[in-house]
Design a protein around this ligand. Sequence first.
Ligand SMILES: Cc1cc2nc3c(=O)[nH]c(=O)nc-3n(C[C@H](O)[C@H](O)[C@H](O)COP(=O)(O)OP(=O)(O)OC[C@H]3O[C@@H](n4cnc5c(N)ncnc54)[C@H](O)[C@@H]3O)c2cc1C
Length: 695
Amino acid sequence: MSIDVPQDILDELTDVPMPKVTAAETAKDSCQIGDMTLPLYRCGTLVIGSGAAGLRAAVELHRRDQSVLIASMALYGGTSACSGSDKQTLHTAGTSNHGDDFKSLAHALGVGGCMDLDSAYIEAVGSLHTLAGLQYLGLPLPVDRFGAVLRYQTDHDDVGRATSCGPRTSRLMVQVLAREAVRLHIPVLRKCEVVRLLVEEIAGKRQVVGALAIDLEHREHHFGFIVIHCANVVLANGGPGELYRDSVYPAHCYGGLGLAIEAGIELTNLTESQFGIGTRRSEFPWNLSGTYVQVMPYVFSRDAAGKEYNFLAEYYRTTRELVSNVFRKGYQWPFHATRMLNFGSSLVDLAIAIEARRGRTVFLDFNRNPLPGADGRAFSLGELDADVAAYLNNNEACQELPIERLRHMNPLAIELYRMHGHDLTKDPLPFNVNNQHMNGGVAVDIWNESSLAGCFAVGEVAGTHGVTRPGGAALNAGQVSGVRVAEQIASRKTAPPTHSMTANSVAEIARTMAIATHALANTDGLDIAQTRDAIQARMSDYAGFLCEIAEVPRAYAEAQALRTDVLQRGFSCTRPAQLIEVFRWRHLVLASEAVLAALNYYINQGGGSRGARAYLSKDGTQVPDSQRGVLEDYRFREERTADREYKLVLRWLGDGFSIEQRALRQMEDLGRIFFEKNWSFYLTGSVYQKNFQHR
Ligand SMILES: Cc1cc2nc3c(=O)[nH]c(=O)nc-3n(C[C@H](O)[C@H](O)[C@H](O)COP(=O)(O)OP(=O)(O)OC[C@H]3O[C@@H](n4cnc5c(N)ncnc54)[C@H](O)[C@@H]3O)c2cc1C
C-alpha cells in the first residue's frame, strides 16, 4: 500500500509562506556621536536574530510584559527558516505509548560529553511544555488518533524520541512563532545587522548596555548606523555557516561568535561541530539523512571524463554490507570516527571524501538500485541486515526501485528537490560531506546568561549542544532556552534605560564607525572575497571532519596572521553597500582563529577523535579497514573518555585567546525537591536567583 497524499497537502508542508511583518516605527530618540546624529532605539531587551530561537525568546518575553525589540539581518534568513532534511527533526521527551524519563533523556543529550549536566536536564524537562506551546500556536506535528505525537529514531537516539512536520519543521516553527510575534505587535527591525555590542563596567561588573547596528532598510544617513540602548541582549544569531567552504548551511549565516568574541564574552566547546552528507551550498543546501538514504539509492562517483565508479565497492566486503551501511546513514547521519571502524556507516563519509580528493563528483541515483559490491552479488531486498529489512518491512517499503521506495515513504522528500529545480525521478543528485552545525558557542549558565551580565545566548549560538547531540536536539535547545531567558529577564523586572549613553559607549560607537569609514578610503586593505576564500578553504581543509593533527598548528598560525593583518590593515571596500561585509568578515576572522585555537589546544593536550571529527595521525591507535586493506592514511587518535568531563573555555584578550579547561556543572540531587518544601521558593522568585540551590 502506498501513501497517497494530495498535492495541496504536500505543498503546504514544503512551500511554507511566511507572515508579513511591518517594520518597527522609526526611532523617536537620537544619539550624538561627534558631529553625527544617529537614530536611538530604547528597549528592555534586544533580541538579535529572528530564527526559531530568537522568535521564541521574543514572544515569551512579550508574554511576560517585557519591552522587547527584535533586530534581524534577514527576517526569514538563517538556518531555521531556510534549512532542513527529509524529515527535519525535533527531539523532545517521548509522548507516545509509554511516556519518557527526563533523567534518561538528559543522559542521552549529554552522553557524548562536554555538556553541563544541569543544562541537559533543563532541556529534557523543558522539551515537553515548549513542544506543547508550539502545538498551541499551530505547529502541525503529526499525532495518532489518541493525540500522541508520532515518533521515530534519529541520530544518537536509542529510544526513538524524534518527531517532524516534514522537510521544513524549523521553517514551520518560524512561521507559527512569527505569526504570534505579529499578533503581539512585537517591533521588528527586519534588515538590521548588529555589528558591535556595547559594554560598560557597572559596580565592578561588565554589563551589556546596548548595540551598534546597521539598518539596511534605512541606509541614507551615515550608512544606516543606529544605536540600540537596552538593559538586556539575547544573542539569537545562529551558527557560523560561512566558516566552511564545504557547508550545508544556507548562504549568509555568519553567526554570533565574532560579536561575542569582540565583547570579551567566554566561548566554549568550539572544538565540537557536526558534519554529514548533504547537497552543496552552490546548488541547494539540504541534509541527506533519513529516507533519502534509507531507500538505498545507488551511490556512485563520476570523473571529469564522465566515467562512473561504484566506489563503495572498494570499501565494503559484500553488497549486503555496503547497502545496509548506506541505509544506516539515515539515522547515523553525522560522521563519527568510530563508525569508520568495523565497516560501519561512517566509512561511507570517508569514501566520499576520498572520491572528492580524487577530483570526482559523488551522486545519489534514485532510479537505480545499488550495483554489486565486492562479492559480486546482485542487490536484493531479500539480502539485507536484519535492522534494515525490519525497517523496510515495517514501513511496507519494498518497492522495486529507490525512487518508488522514497515516493512511498516520504513523497515530500521528492517534492522538496523538485521545488528547488532538481527532479530526483530523472537525474542523479550531486552531494558531498559538509559542515552542518556548531555545537559549541557562547558559554552560558543555567539561565543561558553569558559571562557578560545581561547578555544571554539562545539557539545555535549558545555553546550547550555537547559532543553528540541527538538529531533534533538543536531545535529543542533553542525553544527551551528561549523560554528560560524570558523567565530570568522577567524576574529581574528591568525597564528600558532612560538615561543618555555614557561617554565610554559613545567612544566605542565612534571607534566602530571609524572601521567603516576607514574601509571606504582604504586603498591598501585586504580584499574581502579573498579573505573569505582563504578562511573557508583553511577551515574545510584543516579543521573539517578529517583533521590532520600535524597540520593544525600551521593552520592556526595562518589564522592568527590573517587576523593580525585584518586588524592592522583593515579591509578595502569599494562601495557603501559592501560595508556590512567588513564587519561580517572581521567577525569570522576572529571566529575561525578561535576554532583553530581550541582545536590546537585540545590536540596538544592529547585529545582524540570524538563527535564528528577524526583526528588523523601516524601515531593513532585506530585505523579503518576496507575490503582492499587497511586505510593507513586515515589512522586516527582515539578519544580519551576523561576529556568528556570538561569544557574548553576561550576568551579574547585583544591579541589572542586565553584557553582553560573547566569541569562540567553537575546536577543537584533531585530527590530533595518536594512540593511544600519548595513552593515558597517559586512564589518568592528565589528559584530565579543565580546562586539558589534547592535544599
Ligand atoms: C541543513 C540543516 C539541517 C538541519 N536539521 C536539523 C534537524 O533536523 N534538527 C535540529 O534540531 N536541527 C537541525 N539543524 C540545526 C538547526 O536548524 C539550527 O541549529 C537552528 O535552526 C538554529 O536556530 P537559531 O534560531 O539559533 O538560528 P537561525 O535560525 O540561524 O537564526 C539566526 C538569526 O540571526 C540573524 N542574524 C545573524 N547575525 C545577525 C546579526 N549580526 N544581527 C542581526 N541578526 C543577525 C539571522 O538573520 C537569523 O534571523 C539543521 C541545520 C542545517 C544547516
